[in-house]
Each structure stands twice: as C-alpha cells, then as structure tokens.
Design a protein. Structure first.
Length: 477
C-alpha cells in the first residue's frame, strides 16, 4: 500500500516530512515523495496522503488548498492528513473541506510517527475506510492532551539527518520564535523558541561524517535564538558551530539562514574556517529603518550592511542572499528605494521577494496606510528583475572557475541538446550555485551526496529568472 507525502514551504518542513516518511517505511509501506501534478493519473493504491503545509503568505495557503483538492481528487481511496503551519492556524476550515481529512496542528505534528502502526492495523483488519480513519485520528491521537493549558510536544521527534528525496544532510537544531514581528504568524504557528541540546547536535554531525556525508545543513526558524543545553550551561549558535568544527575534520557545514545581529566578530572568526560554506541567507525584510521599526524588527539597515561587510572580510566572494517584503503598510516609494539600494550596497547575489501579504491575527493586518497590491507587485517585479541580473553577475564571476559541489539528483537530459543516452546531473556548489551537468553514456556516475569538483560554464537564464532548481551549466573536473 502507498503512502504519499506532499510538502510545501521551508526546509524544516522537508526534514519533518522525511522523518515521518521513514516511520512508514519501517512498517513496510511504500512511500511516494514526488509531488502529484494535475495531469497525474488517479492513484487507487494510495491509502494515506500527508500534506505538510506552509502559511507564511496568502499565496502559500492558496497553494496548500490547491494541493489538498488535487490529492482528494487523484487519490480517491486515501485518508488525507493535513499538518504544518496552515493546519495550526486554520484547522476548522481544513477539516470542513472533506470528510476524508484529518487535521494535525503543526505544533503537534510529531504525532505523525504514531500513525503508521495504526494504519497498518486498520488495513490488516480489512476494515479500512478513509473517512472513518480520518475521524478516528481527529477524535483520537490528534486530539489527545491538547485541551491542557500550556500543552506542548517534542519539536525534534520528527528530525532526520538524511533525506529520501534529497542528498544533502540537514539537522533541525531550533524551532519556533520568541519575536513578535507585526507581519508574521510563525510565532503563532510554531510556538516559542526551542533548541536541540548541543551534545546531541555534535554527536549527530560526528556520525554524519563517519557515514561519509560531505555536507550538513543547520536548519532553524531563528538561529539567533538557539540556546542548546551543554553540560551545566547553554550555547548559542556560534559556539555550537565551533564545537562541531573541532569535533570533526572533513564534513562541510552550511547555515540555512541568519539574522543580522548574529554576525559579530566571534561569529566571523568561526565561519572563517574553510569547512563553513561561503553561502549566507540573511533575514532582512526591508532597507528602510522606518519600515523595519513598523515591522518590529530588532535591527536597522546599517546593521545589515555591517553584517555583510564582516562576512565578506572572512569569506571570499560569498553568495549572500536575503528576503525582502515589498508594499508593507506605510511603505513609500522612498522606503522601497532604500531597500533596493541596501541590496545593491550589500551585494546580494539573490533576493527572495515577497509582496506584503496580510496574515490574520497579526498587527500588520489591521494597520492603516495599506499599499495597493498593484504598487506592491510592481515594486516586487522591479526588485526581482534586479535580483536576476545580480545573480547572473555572480555566476559570471565564477565562470571558468572550479568549485566543490555535492551531487543531488540524476535526471534525463532536458536542458541541453544532448543525445538520448546522456545523463543530466544536478549539484549544489559550496557557494550555492545549482548546476546542471550533462555527460555522455559510460561516464562513471558519482553517487548522490558525494562531493565532486565542477567547473562553472555559464548561466541558465530561465533558471535564474524563475529562481528554479538549476541556474548554471557546469562540467565535472
């Protein structure tokens, strides 16, 4: 019997989905992680679909609902578990979509690990019905204990180091957020900040190196709030990273995202180690101090610029990226221009641009001086156009140069006009360029997850513009 997983949103969701998927594999279910498409044929063999959702924007929620409807249509025999941030915020609306749905709020998604045994017993009894199974979950393990005040679950129960569908290892070391940014629902959906104890993180990194992993990604919601217990004290992230480096000798380390205030002199001394990947994604949101203040962010534009300067002082030509929200309530054209200028001054190689999306329950949702969507979208388009050109320039700065990379996937060739016997490899370089490498038949294939050397050949314009899974051509060296 098949169990299908659909995941939207951040890498943390991917980690949690993969961990839950492993628990189904252990009960001898066939797990399908590749996403459904509208053109997919009906899947009568799938008995359960797990949809791990995101709710960072209205667009993300629209995508969640589209996937739920698609799964209900294409998997007519399946019960459907919807979990994640959208499930935490809108459980009643989700359950009302169909009787086959069981809604598992994101803060207790660790209970996914209990479902395989229950599903197996139900199937073995010959009494499986999708609607009745969903009802049992909603009224049983998904409801258990949640009526208690201050109820919480182990945020790291669903945490795997290696993926079924991805080749680079990740460790979830922190979840939740204690900030109350006026536009954000993460603190509502994921709760207060919690951290995995430092020794567990160190031990897992050591084990990954022993198993031959080339790279590990530290994933968090807010890395600045990492406080991992270590003996009788607590460590922040820079000290944890330093200990992970000291206790290993080969494995490379990548940081998923940063807040500007994390980047101090000590942090920069630690990341100067060549095994720390030269790729840093900084949570910025705006280049205007007045907008940052309205967002309740705890830094100013000058702090972002200083953080980028510090990183560049210890890492040669690193890949710097950021998030920017356009059209936040009260944002003027001058405010937007400040964001654009900050991106230029910092030398960001890429910008994830989000037109402002009012989230129910946030302060920003009721703010006055709303910016028309047409204006917000136009600003987003301008910034995205600049980001594409900046990424092209960054790729050009490495064209002809050799970089370390981790092989991710192997696919049939479609980006190059190669023969049908060729194979297309995808790899992620140390500085986060996503490469397409096409080689002829007979080439000795590198295993997914292995580290190789590649020479950058040039940009893939369509991939850069779309922010797609590949943005440049390369060749194995």
């Amino acid at each position: 019997m098949n169990v299908r997983f659909e995941t939207t949103g951040c890498r943390l969701n991917q980690i949690e989905s993969e961990s839950a998927a492993r628990s189904f594999l252990e009960e001898n279910f066939k797990v399908i992680i590749s996403p459904l498409a509208s053109k997919s044929a009906a899947d009568e063999d799938t008995v359960l679909c797990v949809i791990n959702t995101c709710a960072v924007t209205q667009k993300a929620e629209q995508k969640d609902r589209r996937i739920i409807r698609l799964v209900l249509e294409k998997c007519p025999r399946a019960a459907v578990i919807v979990t994640g941030c959208y499930a935490q915020l809108s459980s009643k609306d989700i359950n009302a979509m169909d009787e086959r749905i069981a809604c598992l709020p994101g803060q207790i998604k660790s209970r996914l690990s209990e479902v395989p045994e229950l599903l197996k017993k139900k199937l073995e009894s010959g009494d499986f019905n999708a609607a009745s199974f969903a009802k049992e979950l909603n009224e049983g393990i998904f409801a258990r204990g949640t009526e208690k005040k201050g109820f919480s679950e182990n945020a790291f129960r669903l945490s795997t180091d290696s993926f079924l569908a991805h080749s680079r290892s990740s460790i979830k070391i922190q979840d939740g957020c204690n900030n109350n940014c006026t536009y954000c629902t993460i603190n509502i959906a994921r709760g207060h900040s919690v951290s995995l104890d430092a020794q567990t993180v160190i031990d897992r990194v050591v084990q990954l190196e022993k198993s031959g992993q080339a790279e590990v990604v530290f994933t968090t919601v807010n890395i600045g709030q990492y406080r991992g217990k270590y003996g009788d004290s607590y460590l922040d992230f820079p000290h944890l990273l330093e200990l992970c480096l000291k206790n290993t000798s080969k494995i490379a380390m990548r940081i998923s995202s940063l807040y500007p205030e994390v980047v101090d002199d000590y942090f920069c001394r630690v990341i100067s180690d060549p095994r720390v990947r030269p790729h840093f994604h900084i949570s910025v949101q705006s280049g205007s101090d007045s907008v940052l203040s309205a967002m309740a962010r705890r830094y100013k534009a000058c702090d972002v610029l200083e953080a980028c300067k510090k990183i560049k002082a210890v890492k040669e030509n690193p890949f710097l990226a950021c998030d920017i929200i356009t059209g936040f309530p009260g944002e003027t054209e001058e405010d937007f221009e400040k964001s654009l200028e900050l991106c230029k001054d910092c030398g960001f190689a890429w910008v994830h641009v989000f037109p402002f999306s009012a989230r129910p329950g946030t302060i920003a949702a009721s703010m006055k001086n709303k910016v028309p969507q047409s204006v917000s979208g136009e600003r987003a388009s301008r910034l995205s156009a600049w980001a594409s050109e900046s990424k092209k320039s960054y790729i050009a700065s490495y064209t002809g140069k050799t970089l370390k990379a981790v092989v991710e996937t192997v696919k049939k060739p479609k980006l190059l006009s190669a023969s049908a016997t060729a194979t297309e490899y995808h790899a992620v370089t140390e500085n986060f360029l996503h490469c397409c490498i096409c080689v002829p038949a007979g080439f000795k294939a590198p295993l997914p997850g292995s580290e190789v050397s590649v020479r950058i050949l040039g940009e893939i314009s369509s991939g850069v513009k779309k922010g797609g899974e590949v943005d440049c051509f390369a060749e194995f060296v």
